[in-house]
Design a protein around this ligand. Structure first.
Ligand code: NAD
Length: 347
């Protein structure tokens, strides 16, 4: 990969690298844009085949965070860290590695604020906290924000309500049928929110216990994972994997709305247009699933879950604004969301 070419393509920004021989730390911090404020984004700690893969991941994800923060009206830019996970690592080595990572984050003077992501834990963030104040999502006992999933689910519920308003001019969800793919953390809390509002649920998961919990608690119907795309429903809510809206699945959908928590739901950008052509209203993923980011960003003001929920409630207005502009301009919702975010972070 030509690094500067790729950076230009993604409209960068800054890249910071740290290598520490003693702990085998190979870390990247990608800061996409700082126009709205310090960049927030998680720290990934997974194995990569090549350094290019790690760089691409950090850069692509940091850019996504800029859009997510801007569409949510947060005074933050987008950043992301990637630590290439060494193949062998015991607990003591892990702690030393996150110590050095904390020093690295501190050296960026608050332009990048780190938090948990795939492969990192609250425990790792506690170690980072020992070296820098520029960390969020460490132990809730120390005034941090804790599990973001219930807040994310609440935001998705607000987005679903906005979709129902736009698509059917409805202020309630009573009697609507929602099919949820993945009832792990966010999907489970979403099912609970929707059940309370009188929604009929169909769920699937590769984990049978997660499915059973929804059957027992909410009377949900169950289907096999591969059949979720064929469920005749009003709303399909992806809460498991990315790239699930693609050439194979879109023709099978029997819903009028897609609105769920998963990141990167569109396999390719043109799949957003394909949904529009089929008359399916798509809730852009990074706008509807921003509750987790809103929750963690709330720590800046002294964490208060009520305040985080109040800000997350606004996802309803964000989604309605996207849907209305998309309808007015006859354009796919994901393009309109990008446009609104860009207007905000490019100023
Ligand atoms: P999770 O791992 O707790 O839940 C995901 C569930 O999907 C698991 O129960 C898993 O068994 C299931 N699953 C995996 N493959 C499946 C398949 N093929 N078919 C059906 N189910 C399958 O994760 P989560 O925290 O609930 O996040 C769900 C999605 O939402 C992810 O894409 C995540 O990136 C996104 N997201 C989460 C948050 C948050 O606050 N947790 C915030 C923003 C976005």
């Amino acid at each position: 990969m030509d690094l500067f070419e790729y950076a230009d393509e993604l409209d960068y920004g800054e890249l910071h690298l740290k290598v520490d021989e003693e702990t085998d730390l190979h870390a990247i911090v990608a800061i996409h844009n700082l126009n709205r404020g310090p960049a927030i984004g998680g720290c990934r700690f997974i194995e990569y085949d090549t350094t290019d893969d790690a760089l691409r991941d950090a850069m692509r994800l940091a850019r996504g965070m800029t859009y997510k923060a801007a569409i949510s009206g947060l005074d933050h830019g987008g950043g992301k860290a990637v630590i290439v996970r060494p193949p062998e690592l015991d607990d003591a080595q892990r702690e030393k590695l996150f110590d050095v990572y904390g020093e690295f984050v501190d050296s960026l003077n608050g332009n990048y604020i780190t938090c948990e992501d795939s492969g990192t834990t609250v425990g790792d963030m506690n170690v980072v906290k020992g070296q820098t104040d520029h960390v969020l999502g460490y132990s809730p006992d120390d005034g941090s924000s804790g599990d973001p999933s219930p807040v994310t689910a609440y935001g998705v519920r607000r987005g679903i309500q906005a979709a129902a308003k736009h698509q059917w001019d409805r202020d309630d969800l009573e009697g609507l049928h929602v099919a949820i793919q993945g009832v792990g953390s966010v999907g489970y809390y979403l099912a609970r929110e929707l059940d309370e509002l009188g929604v009929e649920l169909t769920v699937t998961d590769i984990d049978e216990e997660d499915v059973q919990r929804c059957v027992d608690e909410f009377g949900a119907e169950r289907v096999a994972p591969e059949s979720i795309f064929d469920v005749d429903c009003d709303i399909f809510a992806p809460c498991a994997l990315g790239a699930i809206l693609n050439d194979d699945t879109i023709p099978r959908l029997k819903c009028e709305v897609v609105a769920g928590a998963s990141n990167n739901q569109l396999a390719k950008p043109h799949h957003g247009a394909q949904l529009m052509e089929r008359g399916i209203l798509y809730a852009p993923d990074y706008a509807i699933n921003a509750g987790g980011l809103i929750n963690v960003a709330q720590e800046f003001e002294g964490y208060d879950r009520e305040a985080a929920m109040t800000k997350t409630k606004e996802i309803y207005d964000t989604m309605l604004a996207i849907f209305e502009r998309a309808e007015r301009d006859g354009r796919p919702t994901h393009q309109v969301a990008d446009e609104i975010a860009e207007e905000r972070f490019r100023g």
